[in-house]
Ligand binder design. Structure first.
Ligand code: F6P
Length: 359
Protein backbone atom coordinates (compact mmCIF):
# COMPACT_ATOMS: atom_id res chain seq x y z
CA UNK A 1 0.00 0.00 0.00
CA UNK A 2 1.27 3.47 -0.96
CA UNK A 3 0.42 5.99 1.78
CA UNK A 4 0.62 9.67 0.92
CA UNK A 5 -0.13 12.61 3.20
CA UNK A 6 -1.46 15.98 1.95
CA UNK A 7 -1.43 19.29 3.73
CA UNK A 8 -2.12 22.88 2.66
CA UNK A 9 -0.26 25.51 4.65
CA UNK A 10 -0.06 29.31 4.94
CA UNK A 11 -2.34 31.83 3.24
CA UNK A 12 -4.75 30.08 0.91
CA UNK A 13 -5.15 30.74 -2.80
CA UNK A 14 -7.09 29.48 -5.78
CA UNK A 15 -6.08 26.05 -7.15
CA UNK A 16 -5.08 24.36 -3.89
CA UNK A 17 -7.90 21.88 -4.46
CA UNK A 18 -7.04 21.60 -8.15
CA UNK A 19 -3.46 20.69 -7.22
CA UNK A 20 -4.50 18.04 -4.68
CA UNK A 21 -6.88 16.67 -7.27
CA UNK A 22 -4.02 16.46 -9.78
CA UNK A 23 -1.83 14.48 -7.40
CA UNK A 24 -4.68 12.25 -6.24
CA UNK A 25 -6.05 11.46 -9.70
CA UNK A 26 -2.61 10.51 -10.98
CA UNK A 27 -1.96 8.37 -7.89
CA UNK A 28 -5.30 6.56 -8.22
CA UNK A 29 -4.55 5.96 -11.91
CA UNK A 30 -1.16 4.48 -11.07
CA UNK A 31 -2.01 2.57 -7.89
CA UNK A 32 -5.80 2.10 -8.05
CA UNK A 33 -6.88 0.67 -4.67
CA UNK A 34 -3.27 0.34 -3.55
CA UNK A 35 -3.01 3.97 -2.54
CA UNK A 36 -4.27 5.64 0.60
CA UNK A 37 -4.36 9.42 0.94
CA UNK A 38 -4.32 11.04 4.36
CA UNK A 39 -5.42 14.66 4.58
CA UNK A 40 -4.04 16.72 7.46
CA UNK A 41 -6.36 19.42 8.80
CA UNK A 42 -5.22 23.05 8.83
CA UNK A 43 -1.70 22.67 7.53
CA UNK A 44 1.23 21.63 9.72
CA UNK A 45 -1.05 21.95 12.76
CA UNK A 46 -2.76 18.73 11.66
CA UNK A 47 0.56 16.97 11.25
CA UNK A 48 1.80 18.17 14.64
CA UNK A 49 -1.31 17.17 16.57
CA UNK A 50 -2.31 14.12 14.55
CA UNK A 51 -5.45 15.76 13.22
CA UNK A 52 -6.16 13.99 9.94
CA UNK A 53 -8.69 12.09 7.92
CA UNK A 54 -8.47 9.31 5.39
CA UNK A 55 -9.51 10.73 2.07
CA UNK A 56 -11.72 8.90 -0.41
CA UNK A 57 -11.36 8.91 -4.18
CA UNK A 58 -14.69 10.78 -4.33
CA UNK A 59 -13.22 13.63 -2.24
CA UNK A 60 -11.19 14.65 -5.26
CA UNK A 61 -14.10 14.78 -7.70
CA UNK A 62 -15.71 18.08 -8.60
CA UNK A 63 -13.01 20.19 -6.94
CA UNK A 64 -11.03 21.40 -9.96
CA UNK A 65 -12.91 24.67 -9.93
CA UNK A 66 -13.38 25.05 -6.17
CA UNK A 67 -11.35 27.79 -4.47
CA UNK A 68 -10.01 27.62 -0.92
CA UNK A 69 -8.81 24.30 0.44
CA UNK A 70 -10.83 21.28 1.46
CA UNK A 71 -8.28 20.55 4.18
CA UNK A 72 -8.22 24.01 5.77
CA UNK A 73 -5.02 25.89 6.37
CA UNK A 74 -3.14 27.76 9.07
CA UNK A 75 0.11 29.62 9.50
CA UNK A 76 2.73 27.71 11.49
CA UNK A 77 5.69 30.13 11.28
CA UNK A 78 8.99 28.45 10.49
CA UNK A 79 10.86 30.73 12.89
CA UNK A 80 8.99 29.14 15.82
CA UNK A 81 9.18 25.57 14.57
CA UNK A 82 11.90 24.67 17.06
CA UNK A 83 10.12 26.32 19.96
CA UNK A 84 8.02 23.91 22.03
CA UNK A 85 4.26 24.62 22.02
CA UNK A 86 2.44 25.88 25.13
CA UNK A 87 2.41 22.33 26.53
CA UNK A 88 6.10 21.76 25.90
CA UNK A 89 5.57 19.64 22.78
CA UNK A 90 8.51 19.43 20.35
CA UNK A 91 6.76 20.25 17.06
CA UNK A 92 9.34 18.76 14.72
CA UNK A 93 9.43 15.48 16.66
CA UNK A 94 5.63 15.46 16.79
CA UNK A 95 5.42 15.80 13.00
CA UNK A 96 7.94 13.00 12.52
CA UNK A 97 5.98 10.80 14.91
CA UNK A 98 2.68 11.36 13.10
CA UNK A 99 4.35 10.58 9.76
CA UNK A 100 5.85 7.39 11.16
CA UNK A 101 2.73 6.31 13.03
CA UNK A 102 0.72 6.57 9.81
CA UNK A 103 3.48 4.72 7.90
CA UNK A 104 3.47 7.39 5.21
CA UNK A 105 5.60 6.92 2.11
CA UNK A 106 5.47 10.60 1.30
CA UNK A 107 4.14 13.94 2.51
CA UNK A 108 2.95 16.51 -0.05
CA UNK A 109 3.16 20.06 1.25
CA UNK A 110 1.23 22.69 -0.71
CA UNK A 111 2.73 25.91 0.54
CA UNK A 112 4.60 29.14 0.03
CA UNK A 113 7.94 30.40 1.29
CA UNK A 114 7.58 29.71 5.01
CA UNK A 115 5.82 26.37 4.56
CA UNK A 116 8.46 25.12 2.14
CA UNK A 117 11.16 25.96 4.69
CA UNK A 118 9.39 23.65 7.12
CA UNK A 119 8.98 21.08 4.32
CA UNK A 120 12.71 21.25 3.68
CA UNK A 121 13.40 20.86 7.39
CA UNK A 122 11.26 17.71 7.51
CA UNK A 123 13.05 16.41 4.44
CA UNK A 124 16.40 16.98 6.17
CA UNK A 125 14.99 15.09 9.15
CA UNK A 126 14.58 12.08 6.88
CA UNK A 127 10.93 12.28 5.79
CA UNK A 128 9.99 11.88 2.13
CA UNK A 129 8.61 15.27 1.22
CA UNK A 130 7.38 16.89 -1.99
CA UNK A 131 6.56 20.60 -2.13
CA UNK A 132 3.97 22.18 -4.41
CA UNK A 133 4.45 25.91 -5.13
CA UNK A 134 1.45 27.82 -3.81
CA UNK A 135 1.08 31.58 -3.56
CA UNK A 136 -0.60 34.52 -5.20
CA UNK A 137 2.65 36.44 -4.60
CA UNK A 138 4.68 34.36 -7.11
CA UNK A 139 7.73 34.88 -4.89
CA UNK A 140 9.05 31.31 -4.79
CA UNK A 141 12.55 30.71 -6.00
CA UNK A 142 13.05 27.89 -8.50
CA UNK A 143 9.78 28.20 -10.41
CA UNK A 144 8.74 30.71 -13.06
CA UNK A 145 5.22 30.73 -11.71
CA UNK A 146 3.29 29.54 -8.68
CA UNK A 147 -0.30 28.36 -8.71
CA UNK A 148 -2.76 31.00 -7.54
CA UNK A 149 -0.73 33.81 -9.07
CA UNK A 150 -2.48 34.08 -12.45
CA UNK A 151 -5.93 33.81 -10.85
CA UNK A 152 -5.03 36.64 -8.48
CA UNK A 153 -3.71 38.69 -11.42
CA UNK A 154 -7.14 38.29 -13.06
CA UNK A 155 -8.94 39.50 -9.93
CA UNK A 156 -6.62 42.45 -9.34
CA UNK A 157 -6.92 43.36 -13.04
CA UNK A 158 -10.71 43.25 -12.83
CA UNK A 159 -10.54 45.57 -9.82
CA UNK A 160 -8.46 48.06 -11.83
CA UNK A 161 -10.84 47.70 -14.81
CA UNK A 162 -13.82 48.56 -12.63
CA UNK A 163 -12.03 51.53 -11.12
CA UNK A 164 -11.15 52.78 -14.59
CA UNK A 165 -14.72 53.56 -15.58
CA UNK A 166 -15.60 55.41 -12.39
CA UNK A 167 -12.26 57.24 -12.33
CA UNK A 168 -12.91 58.44 -15.87
CA UNK A 169 -16.45 59.59 -15.01
CA UNK A 170 -15.30 61.67 -12.06
CA UNK A 171 -11.88 62.72 -13.29
CA UNK A 172 -10.31 61.39 -10.12
CA UNK A 173 -6.99 59.92 -9.14
CA UNK A 174 -7.42 56.35 -7.91
CA UNK A 175 -4.98 54.13 -6.10
CA UNK A 176 -5.62 50.39 -6.24
CA UNK A 177 -3.57 48.66 -3.57
CA UNK A 178 -2.56 45.18 -4.56
CA UNK A 179 -1.33 42.27 -2.42
CA UNK A 180 2.01 40.53 -2.89
CA UNK A 181 3.66 40.93 0.51
CA UNK A 182 7.26 42.06 -0.12
CA UNK A 183 7.31 41.51 -3.88
CA UNK A 184 5.70 43.22 -6.85
CA UNK A 185 4.83 40.49 -9.38
CA UNK A 186 1.10 40.72 -8.75
CA UNK A 187 1.00 44.53 -8.92
CA UNK A 188 3.25 44.64 -11.96
CA UNK A 189 1.18 42.18 -13.97
CA UNK A 190 -2.24 43.45 -12.89
CA UNK A 191 -1.03 47.02 -13.36
CA UNK A 192 0.02 46.38 -16.94
CA UNK A 193 -3.10 44.33 -17.70
CA UNK A 194 -5.35 46.99 -16.18
CA UNK A 195 -3.66 49.85 -18.02
CA UNK A 196 -2.42 51.58 -14.86
CA UNK A 197 -0.60 54.87 -15.42
CA UNK A 198 1.66 54.44 -12.41
CA UNK A 199 2.91 51.15 -10.94
CA UNK A 200 4.73 51.14 -7.62
CA UNK A 201 6.44 47.96 -6.45
CA UNK A 202 8.80 47.22 -3.53
CA UNK A 203 11.68 46.36 -5.86
CA UNK A 204 11.67 49.88 -7.35
CA UNK A 205 11.53 52.40 -4.50
CA UNK A 206 9.66 55.52 -5.64
CA UNK A 207 10.09 59.24 -5.40
CA UNK A 208 6.76 60.79 -4.41
CA UNK A 209 7.56 63.92 -6.43
CA UNK A 210 7.98 61.86 -9.61
CA UNK A 211 4.63 60.16 -9.05
CA UNK A 212 2.94 63.54 -8.58
CA UNK A 213 4.72 64.86 -11.66
CA UNK A 214 3.45 61.94 -13.76
CA UNK A 215 -0.14 62.69 -12.72
CA UNK A 216 0.37 66.40 -13.39
CA UNK A 217 1.69 65.61 -16.88
CA UNK A 218 -1.38 63.49 -17.59
CA UNK A 219 -3.63 66.33 -16.49
CA UNK A 220 -1.73 68.74 -18.73
CA UNK A 221 -2.24 66.42 -21.69
CA UNK A 222 -5.99 66.54 -21.10
CA UNK A 223 -6.44 63.34 -19.10
CA UNK A 224 -8.47 64.13 -16.04
CA UNK A 225 -8.04 60.83 -14.28
CA UNK A 226 -5.11 58.62 -13.32
CA UNK A 227 -4.87 55.06 -12.03
CA UNK A 228 -2.08 53.98 -9.74
CA UNK A 229 -1.44 50.29 -9.04
CA UNK A 230 0.42 50.27 -5.75
CA UNK A 231 1.85 47.15 -4.14
CA UNK A 232 1.08 46.78 -0.45
CA UNK A 233 4.86 46.57 0.06
CA UNK A 234 5.74 49.64 -2.04
CA UNK A 235 8.32 51.89 -0.44
CA UNK A 236 9.69 55.38 -1.02
CA UNK A 237 13.33 55.93 -1.98
CA UNK A 238 13.81 57.72 1.32
CA UNK A 239 12.40 54.86 3.41
CA UNK A 240 14.29 52.24 1.41
CA UNK A 241 17.53 53.72 2.73
CA UNK A 242 16.49 53.20 6.35
CA UNK A 243 17.10 50.09 8.39
CA UNK A 244 14.12 48.11 9.73
CA UNK A 245 14.29 49.69 13.20
CA UNK A 246 14.74 53.24 11.88
CA UNK A 247 11.77 52.78 9.57
CA UNK A 248 9.60 51.54 12.43
CA UNK A 249 10.59 54.54 14.53
CA UNK A 250 9.82 56.94 11.68
CA UNK A 251 6.38 55.40 11.15
CA UNK A 252 5.59 55.58 14.86
CA UNK A 253 6.44 59.28 14.95
CA UNK A 254 4.47 60.32 11.86
CA UNK A 255 0.78 60.27 11.04
CA UNK A 256 -0.53 56.73 11.13
CA UNK A 257 -2.01 55.49 7.87
CA UNK A 258 -3.69 52.10 7.37
CA UNK A 259 -1.22 51.41 4.54
CA UNK A 260 1.22 53.08 2.14
CA UNK A 261 -1.57 53.89 -0.36
CA UNK A 262 -3.40 56.17 2.06
CA UNK A 263 -0.22 58.09 2.80
CA UNK A 264 0.48 58.53 -0.90
CA UNK A 265 -3.15 59.55 -1.52
CA UNK A 266 -2.78 62.31 1.07
CA UNK A 267 0.45 63.54 -0.50
CA UNK A 268 -0.98 63.56 -4.03
CA UNK A 269 -4.20 65.23 -2.88
CA UNK A 270 -2.27 67.96 -1.10
CA UNK A 271 0.14 68.60 -3.97
CA UNK A 272 -2.46 68.66 -6.74
CA UNK A 273 -5.52 69.81 -4.85
CA UNK A 274 -7.40 66.90 -6.29
CA UNK A 275 -9.58 64.10 -5.03
CA UNK A 276 -7.70 60.85 -4.53
CA UNK A 277 -9.47 57.61 -3.65
CA UNK A 278 -7.98 54.35 -2.44
CA UNK A 279 -9.41 50.92 -3.23
CA UNK A 280 -8.06 47.80 -1.54
CA UNK A 281 -9.34 44.55 -3.09
CA UNK A 282 -7.48 42.71 -0.31
CA UNK A 283 -8.35 39.06 0.20
CA UNK A 284 -10.70 38.96 -2.79
CA UNK A 285 -7.42 38.42 -4.67
CA UNK A 286 -7.04 35.02 -3.01
CA UNK A 287 -10.66 34.00 -3.36
CA UNK A 288 -13.00 32.40 -5.85
CA UNK A 289 -12.34 29.91 -8.59
CA UNK A 290 -8.93 29.22 -10.12
CA UNK A 291 -8.67 30.53 -13.67
CA UNK A 292 -7.99 28.25 -16.65
CA UNK A 293 -4.23 28.86 -16.50
CA UNK A 294 -4.04 27.76 -12.86
CA UNK A 295 -6.23 24.71 -13.46
CA UNK A 296 -3.83 23.53 -16.14
CA UNK A 297 -0.72 24.40 -14.11
CA UNK A 298 -2.04 22.69 -10.98
CA UNK A 299 -3.06 19.58 -12.86
CA UNK A 300 0.39 19.36 -14.40
CA UNK A 301 2.22 20.02 -11.12
CA UNK A 302 0.04 17.48 -9.33
CA UNK A 303 0.44 14.77 -11.95
CA UNK A 304 4.20 15.25 -12.00
CA UNK A 305 4.34 15.11 -8.18
CA UNK A 306 2.61 11.71 -8.34
CA UNK A 307 5.22 10.55 -10.85
CA UNK A 308 7.98 11.69 -8.48
CA UNK A 309 6.36 9.66 -5.72
CA UNK A 310 6.33 6.62 -7.98
CA UNK A 311 10.00 7.13 -8.87
CA UNK A 312 10.90 7.65 -5.21
CA UNK A 313 12.19 11.14 -5.93
CA UNK A 314 11.77 13.18 -2.75
CA UNK A 315 13.08 16.34 -1.12
CA UNK A 316 11.93 18.35 -4.13
CA UNK A 317 9.49 21.09 -5.07
CA UNK A 318 7.56 20.77 -8.31
CA UNK A 319 8.28 23.77 -10.51
CA UNK A 320 7.45 25.20 -13.89
CA UNK A 321 10.52 26.32 -15.72
CA UNK A 322 10.74 27.04 -19.44
CA UNK A 323 7.32 25.45 -20.19
CA UNK A 324 8.32 22.21 -18.45
CA UNK A 325 7.31 20.81 -15.09
CA UNK A 326 10.46 19.96 -13.20
CA UNK A 327 11.50 18.87 -9.72
CA UNK A 328 13.92 21.23 -7.98
CA UNK A 329 15.66 20.30 -4.71
CA UNK A 330 13.88 21.82 -1.72
CA UNK A 331 17.28 22.54 -0.20
CA UNK A 332 18.12 24.81 -3.17
CA UNK A 333 15.00 26.94 -2.98
CA UNK A 334 13.87 26.97 0.66
CA UNK A 335 14.16 30.42 2.20
CA UNK A 336 15.05 32.17 -1.07
CA UNK A 337 12.75 34.96 -2.14
CA UNK A 338 12.13 35.54 -5.85
CA UNK A 339 11.65 39.24 -6.57
CA UNK A 340 11.01 41.38 -9.65
CA UNK A 341 14.26 42.31 -11.34
CA UNK A 342 14.09 46.09 -11.94
CA UNK A 343 16.28 45.56 -15.03
CA UNK A 344 14.05 42.82 -16.50
CA UNK A 345 12.44 43.07 -19.93
CA UNK A 346 8.94 43.41 -18.55
CA UNK A 347 9.92 46.57 -16.66
CA UNK A 348 11.66 48.00 -19.73
CA UNK A 349 8.59 47.24 -21.86
CA UNK A 350 6.22 48.74 -19.30
CA UNK A 351 8.34 51.89 -19.21
CA UNK A 352 8.41 51.94 -23.01
CA UNK A 353 4.64 52.31 -23.09
CA UNK A 354 4.82 55.22 -20.67
CA UNK A 355 4.08 53.60 -17.31
CA UNK A 356 5.66 55.54 -14.46
CA UNK A 357 7.42 53.54 -11.73
CA UNK A 358 8.28 56.63 -9.70
CA UNK A 359 12.03 56.07 -10.03
O1 F6P B 1 1.15 35.50 0.85
C1 F6P B 1 -0.13 35.73 0.39
C2 F6P B 1 -0.73 36.98 0.98
O2 F6P B 1 -2.03 37.15 0.48
C3 F6P B 1 0.10 38.25 0.76
O3 F6P B 1 -0.06 38.77 -0.52
C4 F6P B 1 -0.43 39.12 1.87
O4 F6P B 1 0.52 40.09 2.24
C5 F6P B 1 -0.67 38.14 2.98
O5 F6P B 1 -0.81 36.87 2.37
C6 F6P B 1 -1.88 38.43 3.80
O6 F6P B 1 -1.90 37.54 4.86
P1 F6P B 1 -3.17 37.26 5.80
O7 F6P B 1 -4.11 36.40 5.04
O8 F6P B 1 -2.58 36.55 6.97
O9 F6P B 1 -3.77 38.59 6.12
Amino acid sequence: MMRVGFLTSGGDCQALNATMRGIAKALYTMYDTEVEIIGFEDGFRGLIYGDYRKMQKSDFSGILTRGGTLLGTSRTPFKYIDEPDENGLNKVEAMKNTYKKLRLNCLCVLGGNGSLKTANRLSQEGLNVIGLPKTIDNDLWGTDVTFGFQSAVDIATAAIDNIHTTAASHGRVFIVEIMGHKVGFLTLNAGIAGGADVILIPEIPYDTKKVIEAIRERNKSGKAFSILAVAEGAITKEDAKLGKKELKKKKEKGKVYPSISYELADQIGEALGTEVRVTVPGHTQRGGVPNAYDRVLSTRLGAEAAMCIKRGEFGVMMARTKQKITAVPLADIAGKLKTVDPKSDIIKQAKAVGICFGD
